[in-house]
Every structure is written in structure tokens, then in C-alpha cells.
Design a protein around this ligand. Structure first.
Ligand code: MG
Length: 304
């Protein structure tokens, strides 16, 4: 029996994806806005961002939480590249960086067509090594999660960065506020959240899906899943193609056809999540002040 205080079942298929005995664990609290979780399987740890506190934190099983990076430039979304290096979106410096194995930081992107990026928010790396990230204006709207500034870009884009050629291309330019993103398991689709309703009730609160053409273009954009309240921020995909997305009331699990299967109800607003643990069957959920975890019966897709 699934706990009705933890789960909402909207389709019977959800029962196979969660565990009746598993409970939501609060692993840490005390953040101002927790975001950007990334699992390091080789190191057995989770890193995430606490954006307004300008720090990144590290959680280790049985070892608690420590500061991974202070003075993080209002870091937000994180992922790893195919070599396992940390890729980070920074609001304060309006750039995407790579942390090398010696700890030094390489700037991968900070401008497009001669103008500064808005404030890179979330990032994913494709199997070909290209880096895809979103660039809404959240980090320049105030001095709380970055530094207030007028946008230099006329639009809020999704970008594809090809480090082999150095090309930075806007692959979509018609979002209100592009936010979390993830590829389907076979990388033929890209899911991108539009959280425009965060600052405008009439704005979008949906996830769009695109077909990926030749690994470098997006076509056939359409609404994949729309929420009734709250907004989608970060999202991840499991090996069966289900999309697990952040929402105002927790985590929503959506089938590849766009049907809501069920919800995990979380006591604080969820900004992002990732699959981790040695079997990638443990959700790590960044939700406002806290980091939560929950074992599930699904397996996450994530690099490397
Ligand atoms: Mg985000």
C-alpha cells in the first residue's frame, strides 16, 4: 500500500515505478534555494547548488554534508560531461563552466552573437559530448540569485554548444523562460520546461518536447505536459522514458506519451531532482530549503 500522504496515483502504471516501503528522507536543510543536483557515481556523492547562498554543497552517505564550493557565482544547474567533469551554470557570471579534474575552472560559454548570456539555468550533455543549456532571465531579475541587469539577448534561448567546433547555436528561441531539460533515453527527443508562469500567472507552466534531427537541430516542438499550478523547473528521464519533473506540489511522473502517472508529494516547492545511488534508483530532490531522497523502482538515465 502506497502512503496517500506521499503519493498520488493517477494511473496504475505508477505503482510499478515506486516502492510501498520507501519513505521520503530529508538529508539536509538550511539552504535558501536548493537546485542543480548531480550524482557522482564514481565518488559516491551528490553535489547541488544553494543559489542565494552562493555555495555548492556535497552530500556523502553516512558522511553528512560539507561545502563543496563557496563563492559559487550563484551557481544553478549542474551535470557531468562524458569524461565525468562537472559542468555548471552560473547566474552571477552569466556563464557555463567546466571544472577540470585539477579543480581549475574553464569557461565554456558566456556570450552569444557578441552579447552576454542572460543567466544560464540548467544543462545537459548529449552522448556526442555537445552541451545543451537554457538561458532564462531569472539570475538577472534581482540581486538575490545573481546580479540585477537588463538582458542583452532579445530572446531566452536553448543553446547547443559544440566544443569540437566552438559553435554555440540557439536551437530554440521562442520560450518565455526555458528551464530544466533532458533527452529521452535514445536522445531522439529533447524535453524542455517553460516556467514562464513563475512571474506571470498567464505564462506557460508546461514542458515542451522536440524531435532531435542530426544531433544538432530541433523540430516539431509541441506541448508535452502542462501543469495546473506551480511550474516545471528541473526534470530527469528514466530508462523507460518516463519524465520525472519538479512541480509546485512535488515531483510528477509523466509517461513518454505525456500522461501523468503519479505524483510524489514533497513538503516544500521542488526545484530539481536527479537519480543517484549505485543503482541510479534513488531520487535526490532539491526543494527550497532542503535536500530529500526517495528510493524508487525506476532507474535514471544520466551521464556518464
Ligand atoms: Mg532550473
Amino acid at each position: 500500500m502506497l502512503s496517500p500522504s506521499l503519493y498520488e496515483i493517477h494511473h496504475s502504471g505508477f505503482r510499478a515505478l515506486v516502492l510501498p516501503g520507501a519513505g521520503l528522507e530529508e538529508l539536509h536543510s538550511g539552504c535558501r534555494w536548493a537546485e542543480g543536483p548531480v550524482w557522482f557515481r564514481d565518488l559516491g556523492c551528490l553535489l547541488w547548488s544553494d543559489i542565494p547562498n552562493q555555495r555548492m554543497l556535497r552530500w556523502v552517505p553516512d558522511g553528512g554534508v560539507s561545502v563543496f564550493r563557496s563563492g559559487s557565482n550563484f551557481a544553478n544547474g549542474n551535470t557531468r560531461d562524458r569524461q565525468g567533469r562537472l559542468i555548471t551554470c552560473e547566474h552571477g557570471t552569466r556563464r557555463v563552466t567546466r571544472t577540470e579534474t585539477d579543480g581549475s575552472i574553464t569557461v565554456l560559454a558566456d556570450s552569444y552573437q557578441g552579447r552576454r548570456l542572460n543567466s544560464p539555468n540548467d544543462v545537459v550533455v548529449r552522448s556526442d559530448g555537445t552541451i545543451w543549456f537554457t538561458d532564462p532571465t531569472y539570475g538577472i531579475l534581482s540581486d538575490y540569485e545573481g546580479f540585477r541587469a537588463e538582458p542583452e539577448q532579445p530572446t531566452r534561448n536553448v543553446y547547443r554548444l559544440d566544443l569540437a567546433t566552438g559553435a554555440l547555436d540557439a536551437v530554440v528561441d521562442d520560450f518565455v523562460q526555458p528551464n530544466g531539460l533532458a533527452f529521452s533515453p535514445d536522445e531522439t527527443r529533447l524535453y524542455v520546461a517553460d516556467s514562464g508562469a513563475s512571474h506571470d500567472d498567464a505564462g506557460p507552466r508546461h514542458i515542451r518536447v522536440f524531435d532531435v534531427v542530426d544531433g544538432n537541430r530541433l523540430t516539431n516542438g509541441r506541448i508535452f505536459y502542462a501543469m495546473e499550478s506551480g511550474v516545471p523547473d528541473g526534470l530527469r528521464v528514466d530508462t523507460e522514458g518516463n519524465v520525472w519533473t519538479s512541480a509546485g506540489d512535488g515531483v510528477h511522473c509523466v509517461s513518454p506519451e505525456g500522461r501523468l502517472l503519479g505524483k510524489i508529494l514533497v513538503p516544500q516547492i521542488v526545484a530539481n531532482l536527479t537519480f543517484g545511488g549505485p543503482r541510479r534508483n534513488r531520487l535526490f530532490i532539491t526543494a527550497t530549503r532542503s535536500l530529500y531522497s526517495l528510493y524508487v523502482s525506476a532507474t535514471g538515465v544520466q551521464a556518464p
